[in-house]
Design a protein. Structure first.
Length: 272
């Protein structure tokens, strides 16, 4: 039977209630992980520390990695990955919820398909309650479809992925690439020949809010987006024309009012 590590990072602005729900979903899996590596990305609030301490007392599988300062998601995950002792590693965010069979289904798929390095799934997005989900973010299925899709958009839902640690390390793991840590990693892995797959079902509840869309607007985000598109071009993953088209479309999307950004997001989901 496959042994699984879950990798999760938390920082001071996270909500304790959300973290508790996220950890509850991990320890309610039909196939329990052998270890859960939780990275404290810098000093945390007392309520967050209380949640973590409570779970650490109940679950010896929970291992805490403390970082003295906040280093950002990419570097925090990079450090956490060093503490994962299993080759199969499932990513998770501290405000989302796994569906009960997520780990079992992904581990079974990777066992049956040794050629696949990363397997993900769709996500079911919700605001206040998982019983009132609003949208499903679908992503393509096969490796060839995902490579083509990746020239325009992120091909994987990051908190849904399970990957082979050795394949991620072979691509130099996560880099500090603000807002695009996972996307950057997938492209580097694809360029090295790693193969990807998405199960065509939702295995995770993904929390969204008005802040979710606000964070994806403004000039700071636009600047990072332009830098990232330039990096895709330098790597040879996209041509100049695609880079220019991507920059123009994303600049428009990040510049429009928040309510229109939400409508555009829902339209793009329907187009997949």
């Amino acid at each position: 039977m496959n042994r699984i590590s879950v990798l999760i990072s938390v920082y001071s602005k996270e909500k304790p209630a959300y973290l508790q729900q996220s950890l509850d979903s991990i320890f309610a899996q039909t196939m329990l992980p052998d270890e859960v590596v939780l990275v404290e990305d810098g000093p945390l609030t007392e309520p967050l520390l209380e949640v973590i301490a409570s779970f650490a007392q109940q679950h010896q599988e929970l291992h805490i990695v403390k970082l003295p300062t906040n280093v950002g998601l990419g570097l925090a995950l990079n450090e956490g990955l060093k503490h994962c002792h299993n080759n199969l590693v499932a990513r998770m965010d501290s405000d989302d919820l796994m569906k009960p069979e997520r780990l079992a289904k992904q581990a079974a798929y990777l066992e049956q398909h040794p050629e696949i390095a990363v397997v993900g799934s769709w996500t079911e997005e919700f605001r206040d309650s998982i019983h009132e989900s609003c949208t499903i973010r679908k992503v393509p299925e096969t490796h060839e479809q995902l490579v083509a899709f990746s020239r325009r958009r992120n091909p994987m839902n990051h908190p849904t992925v399970m990957f082979r640690k050795q394949a991620v390390e072979a691509a130099d793991s996560y880099h500090h690439c603000l807002l695009f840590e996972d996307y950057d990693l997938w492209i580097r892995m694809m360029r090295q020949g790693a193969r990807f797959y998405n199960l065509q079902e939702s295995l995770l509840y993904f929390r969204v809010s008005n802040d979710f869309f606000k964070r994806r607007g403004g000039w700071a985000y636009i600047r990072q987006e332009i830098r990232f598109q330039h990096s895709l071009h330098r790597k040879g993953h996209i041509g100049f024309r695609v880079m220019l088209q991507n920059i123009i479309m994303r600049t428009i999307l990040r510049s429009i009012p928040n309510k229109w950004r939400q409508k555009s997001y829902l339209f793009l989901l329907r187009k997949q």
